[in-house]
Design a protein around this ligand. Sequence first.
Ligand SMILES: NC(=O)c1ccc[n+]([C@@H]2O[C@H](COP(=O)([O-])OP(=O)(O)OC[C@H]3O[C@@H](n4cnc5c(N)ncnc54)[C@H](OP(=O)(O)O)[C@@H]3O)[C@@H](O)[C@H]2O)c1
Length: 254
Amino acid sequence: MKRTAIITGASSGIGRQMAIDLDLRGFDTVLVARRGERLQKLASELRHNAEVFECDLSQEQECFRLYEAFRDREDVLVLINNAGFGQLGFFDEVPLERELDMLSVNVKSVHILTKLFLKDFMARDKGYILNVASSAGLMPGGPMMSTYYATKAYVKSLTLAVNEELAQKKSRVWVCTLCPGPVDTEFNEVADCSFSISGISAEYCAKYAIRKMFERQLVIVPGTGMKAGVAASRIIPTRLFLKAANTFQTKKIK
Ligand SMILES: NC(=O)c1ccc[n+]([C@@H]2O[C@H](COP(=O)([O-])OP(=O)(O)OC[C@H]3O[C@@H](n4cnc5c(N)ncnc54)[C@H](OP(=O)(O)O)[C@@H]3O)[C@@H](O)[C@H]2O)c1
């Protein structure tokens, strides 16, 4: 039977690698992002059917357009809300427009698409939704990237709560969240960051995430180093953590 995965942010980085991994697993894919040419190129390289859906997820109506295009497709089994971006800078200096865009992509689009597709998945009693947050979402806050950390905390919190509701309703639908540390992608370039510490590869991150999603893990943190970092952030006093995070983020200023 035909199985299809929708992947947002498939034109680059983690999303692109997730599309490749799902294709290798035999899935048809729906590749979503703004840069259509990149999506077309990826689609031509995949072995199974790949549909390109050019879409700006910062626009609410575009999220609805994506849902309407696939809502009746019973073969859609996986939704990956991966599109997102960050911005380095002091909270009082980053332009509000940039932050509102970030809230729209990182939070609003994830919220809308999770809600709409979840209802359909629940009605069919099958399906997986993977919401890409970040290790940032597991930590108390991130000076110099305050809005980004806050958006990822939202994604993590929403996902955990919805997962428990599904368990209470004995649904077989699985909703989970990916919380990686640094991954080598175009993220830093988009966020105006210079290189700080080297990250894991997008390929490793994506493969690990997809495997853990199908194993029904709730919070997916690739890499032992980052698992240790997340554990440490829970025991370090908040004020101390924030100072350390500030030092780390400040090193990324160009
Ligand atoms: N790299 C890291 O260190 C890291 C760590 C933790 C979490 N993450 C998260 O991982 C996810 C993927 O990021 P990445 O590292 O792979 O970065 P990336 O290489 O910059 O990829 C970001 C993707 O998001 C898409 N996107 C951004 N704005 C969009 C919009 N308005 N509408 C539609 N698509 C949009 C981009 O496509 P277009 O530009 O073509 O639209 C691109 O495909 C993000 O949610 C990010 O927060 C990254």
